[in-house]
Ligand binder design. Sequence first.
Ligand SMILES: [Zn+2]
Length: 186
Amino acid sequence: MTNLPTPYAAARIAAFLDDHLSWSAYWDKHYGLWRVAEDDPDSDLYAESRDADVVVRYISAHSRDLQSVQRHLAGGCMMPGRRRCADEIPQDQAAVVGANVRALRQQHGWNQAMLGELMGWPSNSTVCAAEGRRDGRQRGFTTQEVKRLAAIFGVSLSLLTTRCANCGGHPPAGFACLTCGARPQT
Ligand SMILES: [Zn+2]
């Protein structure tokens, strides 16, 4: 399984992106390397490497991202731009993310404690709530958390937020998808 990043490399990238909000990273399973890019469409900053440390250094060296500095100076979230820190994705999207998190976690063979550790979530019940399995209620996600989840699982943001990671909306003939509830085509 050389084409998977170690969970610790994924967590390192994810934690780093938390402080560099204008950057995205994903693990390209096909080539077995990290691809990082600045989200700004006018930017051509891009790097790729098998080694998480190399792309982290690249982002550090090329980051024009002042947000982390501003946040730091302002003492965390206590600033007029407070909404940025609490910007949760819409509830219906959170339900898709929650179902996908459960499916992807199981595909990776991780238990809830493992995912909790990678996400920096305090307990298994947070993971349960994130997967929509706690009293049937779906926990919300911030955009930062969604970015981080996508990096940890090595999937694109659009897959994580809009499509079913288990079946892609098309379960195999004769099967219904337990993740998203899609029915087989007749
Ligand atoms: Zn599905």
